[in-house]
Design a protein around this ligand. Structure first.
Ligand code: PHE
Ligand code: FE
Length: 296
């Protein structure tokens, strides 16, 4: 189903880039085809299996608790009953990526924008833009966790605030989102586990991030993360490991980022694959297969 998209431009690290902006819609659930439901089922089953001993327990438990399963594409209204009770979050259906400030505002209101359409069968293994599977399967289960739920809201509020400070604070904050919400790892008594949605929704990276010797796995440090460039077209060269959601919360929600942004102003960014002397290293990556350019 084709829906017209409106193109706007947004300032990023790389200058103005086009953003497909779209309004909030009702999830057109009745319009999903049998093929759409099948795509969901295929992806759901495959990731569930891979993630059993790779995702953090909070993700797996909450995904089950909110009734997400392979039988059909979930109805946002059904998931919202569980979310409302657990943490007060609410899913809203969107056509695709929102302008940054709209996205921050929704998070600040405890509304999580979810792309309502699902990828085509020929895009099962990779799609560049976020679709229903990434947004819903990857991001939504942890919104049931009270600490993570508060972190996400605080991030939205922090984003609204950072956008009044200019581009450098915004890029510091985007890196934090990237290395936590999208590509974060967490240390547990049973070993490292995944909590980042960009990994959770990817078959290849779910295995790569934990089992490969190529990437760095480094202890989370706020200002270090805020300086670190990242990859948008390959697996990450570096993953940052938190000890707990409490640690992440204390390191980000408690402090006023104003002085931190000020301190980081003009600081040189760290390439995606670099290990610093000050890092707590879980794994020093071999760098195998890395492209030498293309860090964002
Ligand atoms: N504490 C941050 C600020 O003062 C807000 C924030 C919280 C940012 C959580 C990211 C994550 O701006
Ligand atoms: Fe995402």
């Amino acid at each position: 189903m084709e829906t017209p998209r409106r193109v706007e431009h947004q300032m990023t690290d790389k200058g103005y880039v086009p953003v497909y902006t779209t309004a909030v819609v009702e999830q057109p659930w009745a319009q999903y085809s049998a093929e759409d439901h099948q795509t969901w089922a295929t992806l759901f089953k495959r990731q569930q299996e891979i993630l059993q001993d790779r995702a953090c327990p909070e993700f797996l438990e909450n995904q089950a608790a909110m009734g997400m399963n392979e039988s059909q594409i979930p109805k946002f209204d059904d998931l919202n009953v569980h979310l409302k009770k657990a943490t007060g979050w609410k899913l809203i259906a969107v056509e695709g990526l929102l302008p940054e400030l709209d996205f921050f505002m929704h998070l600040k209101n405890r509304e999580f924008p979810v792309t309502w359409w699902i990828r085509r069968p020929d895009q099962i293994d990779y799609i560049a833009e976020p679709d229903l599977f990434h947004d819903l399967f990857g991001h939504v289960p942890l919104l049931m966790n009270p600490i993570f739920a508060d972190y996400m809201q605080a991030y939205g509020a922090g984003g609204v605030r950072a956008s009044t400070f200019g581009n450098e604070p915004l890029s510091n904050l985007t890196r934090l989102y990237w290395y936590t919400v999208e590509f974060g790892l967490i240390n547990t008594p049973k070993g490292l586990r995944i909590y980042g949605a960009g990994i959770l929704s990817s078959k290849g990276e779910s295995i790569h991030c934990l089992e490969s010797n190529a990437p760095n796995r480094i202890g989370f440090d706020l200002s270090r993360v805020m300086r670190t460039r990242y990859r948008i077209d390959t697996y990450q060269k570096t993953y940052f490991v938190i000890d707990s959601f409490e640690q992440l919360f204390r390191a980000t929600v408690d402090p006023d980022f104003g002085p931190i942004y000020y301190h980081l102003k003009g600081a040189e960014s760290v390439p995606a694959g670099t290990v610093l002397d000050t890092d707590t290293v879980f794994n020093r990556g071999t760098g195998e297969g890395w492209l030498t350019d293309g860090d964002v």
